[in-house]
Write a protein of this length. Structure first.
Length: 67
């Protein structure tokens, strides 16, 4: 397994490049592009969810202290 760290902007650029590759290469590259795009999209979603968890925990703590 290889771990690759990208900013959200770079991840979107990768998706855009995969889109161009599919348009240029057609069905020959579509399957690989779909797999990679799905992985990148899932990683973006997981990153956003992880970033929101500390905020949600802090909000819950604030609400508990206020009660």
């Amino acid at each position: 397994m290889i771990t690759l760290t990208l900013t959200e902007e770079k991840a979107q650029a990768l998706i855009d490049l995969l889109d161009v590759a599919v348009k240029s290469g057609g069905l020959q590259v579509a399957r690989a592009a779909v797999v990679l795009t799905d992985d990148v999209v899932q990683a973006i979603k997981a990153s956003k969810e992880a970033a929101q968890k500390p905020q949600a925990a802090a909000q819950t703590e604030i609400e508990e202290l206020a009660a």
